[in-house]
Design a protein around this ligand. Structure first.
Ligand SMILES: [Zn+2]
Length: 274
């Protein structure tokens, strides 16, 4: 079976990422990541962009593609129209690149809803280039963010009003699993990735026992959606250990749906030919 990691971060030479990689039993380097992919049979990955809009800030090895991260500030309506247009032109330049697989938004980390009018040009571009919009949804790292903007229910309105845009709800909206399931089940244009549910390098059998109630809820709401062809394996690497994440995902997803969840959905949504 092929595997695609539909959600990872790639920031070599970042002390912050070096440290969290070490905590997860990894090294934050291209060579180490490539070796993980080779040894675990991971065919490709989608980097969630953490950098700016400049094209030169997005060089990635050939086994990765990326979503360009768009900060709410660069589309602030208070900007002069020329500044706004420049941001849109830069986003479009990314979407024209074959290695750019989509757009990433970070509500919660920015205090702006994805239903704010400033994002209309982003949705128009996503529809025109037929590339998905991945959105951070659910719990945030650190206490400075605003959870009301990252609640999965906010994606319902965006999905309804933009039926030509394919949305990816990152982290299955964790821990708002029931709300996430309702949005995914209802909206054909919403997929979800299962990244960010683990951190570090936990003992998976022990975690499955200790967090039995949570794991049961996760399985329940995934099964409720019954849309495995709209679910994707993802890790948030280097936040979590690859082997552990594979083990955890296999424990949560029924085996008959592994092809969809581990690679087919990501290949379709992010336009990867493997
Ligand atoms: Zn992430």
């Amino acid at each position: 079976m092929k595997i695609i990691d539909a959600h990872l971060h790639f920031c070599p030479q970042s002390p912050y990422f070096d440290e969290i990689a070490a905590r997860a039993g990894h090294q934050n380097s291209t060579a180490h990541l490539e070796e993980c992919f080779r040894s675990l049979g991971i065919a490709g990955g989608i980097v969630m962009g953490n950098r700016g809009l400049a094209l030169e800030e997005h060089p990635y090895p050939d086994f990765l593609r990326y979503c360009v991260g768009v900060e709410a500030d660069c589309l602030d309506p208070a900007l002069p129209p020329a500044g706004m247009q420049a941001a849109c032109d830069r986003i479009e330049a990314h979407l024209k690149r074959p290695d750019c697989a989509g757009i990433k938004l970070y509500p919660g980390y920015s205090p702006v809803s994805i239903n704010d009018r400033r994002y209309e040009p982003v949705y128009e571009l996503a529809a025109a280039y037929q590339k998905p919009v991945a959105v951070h949804m659910g719990q945030t790292a650190g206490s400075r963010a605003f959870l009301k903007y990252s609640h999965p229910l906010t994606m319902d309105e965006a999905a309804v009003l933009h039926p030509r845009v394919s949305f990816v709800m990152c982290h299955f909206g964790n821990p708002w699993l029931m709300d996430a399931a309702a949005v995914i089940e209802k909206n054909e244009n919403v997929c979800a990735d299962l990244s960010g549910l683990l951190e570090g390098n936990p003992d998976i059998p022990l975690l499955l026992r200790q967090q039995e109630g949570y794991v049961s809820a996760l399985k329940t709401w995934i099964a409720y959606t019954d849309r495995y062809d709209r679910l994707m394996f993802g890790t948030d690497w280097p936040l979590a250990n690859y082997q552990g994440y594979l083990q955890f995902t296999r424990a949560v997803i029924p085996q008959e749906h592994w092809d969809d969840v581990f690679w087919k959905t990501a290949a379709r949504v992010y336009g990867l030919s493997l």
